[in-house]
Design a protein around this ligand. Structure first.
Ligand SMILES: Cc1cc2nc3c(=O)[nH]c(=O)nc-3n(C[C@H](O)[C@H](O)[C@H](O)COP(=O)(O)OP(=O)(O)OC[C@H]3O[C@@H](n4cnc5c(N)ncnc54)[C@H](O)[C@@H]3O)c2cc1C
Ligand SMILES: *[C@@H]1O[C@H](CO)[C@@H](O)[C@H](O)[C@H]1NC(C)=O
Ligand SMILES: *[C@@H]1O[C@H](CO)[C@@H](O)[C@H](O)[C@H]1NC(C)=O
Ligand SMILES: *[C@@H]1O[C@H](CO)[C@@H](O)[C@H](O)[C@H]1NC(C)=O
Ligand SMILES: CC(=O)N[C@H]1CO[C@H](CO)[C@@H](O)[C@@H]1O
Length: 460
């Protein structure tokens, strides 16, 4: 055989090999990531189109604004469940808090008010800020009543532990400077977190031991058979957590540290890392289901955004950073985004959850809430600070979405003074985490498109 024909043959062989491998490599991750999603009336393709073309670009723009990029968080809460010794020594885990000069004046002054003011002033401030967003035509007695109600009710409405933003331990973090990406956090420490979430904080029939822990021997039993036996709410709970887990693992595969030299670090897609996590054959069939759970999570958060629209339509609501022109512009952008979310044709129907027998439903909701709160506490046990930051932000964001979907209170554009029920409220922290958490899920859905093409072009 001449050299030339050998090369030709080799080339044609590779290309044949490439097409089959390409088809199957993409297929093995995405074969089941198509069509109708379980427990809801929506399909993957509709979400892909809607997210990638419409939501994603607008949301990215919104999240780069000052209001949304500065997130106040306490990363120094001790782990309430076990003593964590190993502080993450990996440099990619470091979170760089903002120096005072980097935080916009408007944000700082309100935190100044909160942290420095005497306690009765603090109440005044809180009242001014929270009730200030509400129409001013309330009588003093109503205000007083609302204030009282709110203290009690906010807590009962919540799905999530919120950091004490007034604590001196809480700091602003610039999320744009601290992107969620590969950190190298893995092994027993990371598994302990996921394990305690799935094993101790997820509903499941007690008789079933899921072969989650990679340290334990794999019984070969499929994870998902036990899911069938659960009521829709408990199944939803698991799928939300699994969707969040999938999203985190997509991000670390999409922003993997590929190369590092004296001058720069190169972060980009690591296709084999993605395959290890989501390829059907490499994950005993679980990978594609995890990706479907990501879409489920997407639908839940999207529905919450559609539902919260009237709250942000209030004329008195401002994305306050102290720069009026920019603040108005951003509010306009926010409302455009929410209107877009509202127009999505196949929304999740949250009324299907916690329906049925009232007493049982209430109990179930209470359990759901307590369990989710506990998961938000577990985030304080994550040793890698960068992971802790995004873990806290995303559980808070999801908790806020659940609060929106399942609050007993009306979300209205004009609070009704003669209504004795206090109106629905969100804190700045809840707002920032809600949108940034959705930003993560939206980015993951977008990244799946990138991985799909990378896998199709795979040469090996
Ligand atoms: C809160 C938190 C945030 C993190 N953030 C980051 C980060 O920003 N950057 C980073 O590089 N690493 C992060 N990590 C670590 C990362 O998630 C993995 O734990 C780590 O990469 C090790 O991966 P693994 O392949 O061993 O499996 P893990 O992802 O640790 O999963 C453990 C086991 O859970 C099961 N499992 C995996 N995915 C799913 C799913 N979607 N649904 C259901 N079950 C599943 C599998 O059986 C798997 O063996 C974070 C971890 C935690 C707990
Ligand atoms: C909270 O989570 C911890 C750690 O996994 C677990 O030990 C504890 O039982 C959980 N508590 C509740 C009330 O679920
Ligand atoms: C990509 O991920 C795989 C699997 O984790 C790893 O073995 C490989 O070294 C990574 N590639 C690069 C360029 O870092
Ligand atoms: C305000 O609430 C009262 C009592 O619930 C109701 O009768 C009234 O119609 C409401 N007004 C508006 C404008 O919604
Ligand atoms: C019920 C209502 O709309 N009350 C007041 C809301 O605030 C505006 C502007 O301050 C007043 O004009 C309304 O009367």
């Amino acid at each position: 055989m001449t050299m030339k024909s050998f090369i030709l043959l080799a080339l044609s062989l590779t290309s044949v090999h490439t097409t089959t491998a390409a088809g199957s490599a993409a297929h093995r991750c995405f074969c089941q990531v198509t069509g109708t999603l379980d427990d809801c009336a929506c399909d993957v393709e509709t979400i892909d189109r809607f997210n990638n073309k419409e939501i994603f670009p607008k949301l990215q723009k919104l999240l780069s604004s000052d209001y949304f990029r500065f997130y106040k968080v306490n990363l120094n809460n001790p782990c309430p469940f076990w003593t964590d010794h190993s502080q993450c020594g990996l440099k990619y885990c470091a979170v760089k808090p903002c120096t005072p000069g980097e935080v916009p004046e408007g944000l700082k002054s309100s935190s100044y008010k909160y942290s420095e003011a005497a306690s009765q002033d603090l109440e005044e401030c809180e009242k001014a800020e929270k009730l200030g967003a509400v129409n001013g035509s309330l009588s003093d007695e109503t205000r007083q009543a609302l204030q009282e109600w709110k203290k009690h009710d906010d807590e009962s409405d919540r799905f999530c532990m919120l950091d004490d933003v007034d604590s001196p331990e809480s700091q602003y973090v610039d999320l744009l400077l601290n992107p969620e990406r590969f950190t190298g956090y893995k092994g027993p420490e990371a598994w302990r977190i996921w394990n305690s979430i799935y094993e101790e904080n997820c509903f499941k029939p007690y008789s079933v031991k899921r072969p989650l822990n990679p340290l334990a021997s794999n019984s070969g039993q499929g994870f998902y058979c036990w899911l069938e036996g659960l009521c829709v709410e408990k199944r939803a709970f698991f799928r939300l957590i699994s969707g969040l887990h999938a999203s985190i693992n997509i991000h670390l595969s999409a922003r993997y540290l590929l190369d590092e030299n004296w001058f720069e670090m190169k972060w980009s897609h690591n296709v084999s890392e993605f395959q290890l996590r989501f390829d059907k054959e490499l994950t005993e069939g679980e990978g594609p289901k995890r990706l479907r759970n990501l879409y489920f999570l997407y639908l839940i958060e999207l529905r919450a955004l559609a539902k919260i629209l009237p709250y942000f339509e209030r004329p008195a609501f401002h994305l306050y950073t102290g720069q009026p022109t920019e603040d108005n512009e951003k509010k306009k952008l926010l409302l455009e985004l929410l209107h877009m979310a509202k127009l999505f044709p196949l929304h999740f129907d949250e009324t299907a959850l916690f329906a049925g027998n009232k007493k049982e439903a209430m109990k179930l909701k209470e359990d759901f809430k307590l369990t989710f709160k506990n998961i938000s506490r577990i985030m304080d046990c994550v040793e890698c600070f960068k992971c802790r930051l995004w873990g806290k932000l995303q559980t808070q964001g999801l908790g806020t979405a659940l609060k929106i979907l399942f609050s007993e209170r009306q979300i209205e554009a004009m609070p009704n003074a003669s209504n004795t029920n206090p109106s629905f409220q969100l804190s700045r922290q809840e707002i920032v985490s809600l949108f940034n958490a959705f930003g993560r899920i939206s980015t993951s859905v977008r990244e799946l498109d990138n991985f799909r093409s990378l896998l199709s072009n795979l040469k090996q």
